[in-house]
Design a protein around this ligand. Structure first.
Ligand code: BES
Ligand code: MG
Ligand code: ZN
Length: 491
């Protein structure tokens, strides 16, 4: 789908479907904008009959016969003085979903001709992401893309702008959604490495995939322990983006990459939703989606490492026993008192690897704990960090991107819960505060002088609700926040 700004007068526009934003006061005056293409008096009567008064969030569609324009979807923008960008995003998404599939070109008419660039981009982004469809696994799928073009109308003061950034960002989010949605028999660790290598070739990033023996040489005993119960080989993926100018910031992004998490011998039973555990690679999907977008946008002054220790948590005769002791690549020993707390074991070696690259900061994303879902639900991810500035920067990037993120404590007293009688630590603490002990566990595996943040996306990487701003299923959570954060970090 392409976006553009229609520079000519409104009456020369040839599209048939229009989305029209209206504030709640002076509706009559606002409607005069379209007077020369359709009778605004008639429209005023019709929308009043449908009880549309421009109130925030309202959406109605009028169809016309024998007119140049065939349908107008009116969206309520509320009070002009307290204009709400999030509402604009939601109503426009709602409107496009109600008319998409009907027409190839849709016009957007908003009641400003000096609309801020960022708002235009926000609208474009929400439209594209709200109608994203992924039919790869349906035999009766239709590859036809109905909606081909979105045109912003009546922005006469706007010089020609490029939507490339929005398009690349959306491609990153869509890639993350596709990865999360893909079933575990298709998206295996090897397949994930192939996806990473495609990104590298298409966007000009460098790539290194460490095989099992390479990981053994590096002493990655925690990561390899998890992968032992699977018939599929582990793949440790490392993509690098480096801009050509002097580097101001070196950042490592680490994503949990469990292509399936059965729980291991602490098998997922009952309500633990084992059948959904294909999305246990949501962290790595966000990291690879970000790699795609950053590789395409090539921001200056940045070096970014994208790291994924991909594997499966399965059961066979070689699988870890609950109670095994393993050694991570930083030399620390871990008693695995629960095989279902596997993500942190893979992250232990991935974080050590990231730390050895000596970055300015490390950010990890992981579908790490059910406890985080209990604490924050499905719209907000948890954020743990050893640095206040980094916390602020991430929270701001998330806010600007419309992704929920909330700071959580690294409560040192809970470290007690990870004490082991036999090894340096256990991998699992008590039930209470489970997402906090998970974060405290991760903190053992990198140089503490490096700024670090951990984002638990167990709740946010998937949604069952068909929200207006994104279809149900994989959300692609994290890509928008990370891309924004990375772009801001070198300004
Ligand atoms: N992948 C799960 C976490 C998860 C749970 C993600 C629900 C998405 C939705 C993780 O590997 C896990 O199993 N965590 C355990 C940890 C426990 C054994 C300490 C959990 O949260 O139950
Ligand atoms: Mg698990
Ligand atoms: Zn898991």
């Amino acid at each position: 789908m392409k976006f553009s700004i229609f520079q000519q007068p409104l009456n020369s526009w040839n599209g048939k479907s229009l989305i029209y934003g209206i504030f709640e006061t002076d509706i009559k005056k606002q409607l005069e904008t379209i007077d020369h293409i359709i009778n605004s008096e008639d429209i005023l009567i019709k929308i009043k009959n449908k009880k549309f008064n421009g109130e925030k969030g309202q959406n109605i569609t009028l169809e016309f016969i024998n007119q140049k324009i065939e349908s107008i979807s009116f969206v309520g923008l509320g009070d002009k003085k307290i204009f709400d960008k999030q509402n604009l995003k939601i109503v426009v998404s709602k409107a496009i979903r109600s008319i998409s599939g009907l027409d190839k070109v849709v016009g957007i008419l908003l009641p400003w001709n000096d609309l801020e660039l960022n708002t235009i981009y926000l609208v474009a982004e929400s439209i594209r992401l709200s109608i994203f469809k992924d039919n790869r696994f349906n035999s009766k799928r239709s590859d036809k893309e109905f909606l081909e073009k979105i045109e912003f109308l009546n922005l006469n003061d706007q010089s020609i702008i490029s939507f490339r950034e929005t398009e690349e960002l959306c491609s990153g989010v869509e890639l993350a959604r596709e990865l999360v949605k893909a079933p575990p028999n298709i998206l295996t660790p090897s397949e994930m490495a192939k996806v990473a290598s495609n990104i590298a070739h298409e966007q000009g990033l460098s790539i290194r995939v460490l095989e099992k023996k390479d990981c053994e040489e590096l002493g990655m005993g925690a990561y390899l322990a998890v992968s032992r119960g699977s018939d599929l080989p582990p793949k440790f993926i490392h993509l690098t983006y480096k801009s050509n100018d002097p580097i101001k910031q070196k950042i490592a992004l680490v994503g949990k990459g469990l292509t399936f998490d059965s729980g291991g011998y602490n098998l997922k039973v009952g309500a633990s939703q084992i059948e959904m555990m294909k999305y246990d690679m949501g962290g790595s999907a966000a990291v690879l989606g970000t790699a795609r977008a950053i590789g395409a946008l090539k921001p200056e002054g940045l070096e970014v490492h994208f790291i994924v220790a991909a594997c499966e948590n399965m059961i066979n005769g070689s699988a870890i026993h609950p109670g095994d002791v393993v050694k991570a690549s930083n030399g620390k020993t871990i008693e695995i008192n629960n095989t279902d707390a596997e993500g942190r074991l893979t992250l232990a070696d991935a974080l050590t690897y990231a730390s050895d690259l000596k970055p300015d900061c490390i950010i990890d994303l992981a579908t790490l704990t059910g406890a985080c879902v209990v604490a924050l639900g499905n719209d907000v991810a948890g954020l743990w960090s050893n640095n206040e500035e980094l916390t602020k920067a991430l929270i701001n990037s998330a806010k600007d991107s419309g992704e929920g993120l909330w700071p959580m404590p690294l409560q040192k007293s809970y470290k007690e819960g990870l004490k082991s009688h036999i090894a340096d630590m256990k991998n699992t603490g008590p039930r209470a505060g489970g997402s906090i002990t998970a974060a405290l566990f991760l903190e053992e595996f990198f140089d503490p002088s490096i700024k670090w943040a951990h984002i638990d996306i167990a709740g946010t990487c998937w949604t069952e609700k068909d929200k207006d701003i994104n279809p149900s299923g994989a959300t692609g959570y994290g890509v928008k926040t990370l891309v924004k954060f990375l772009k801001n970090s070198c300004d």
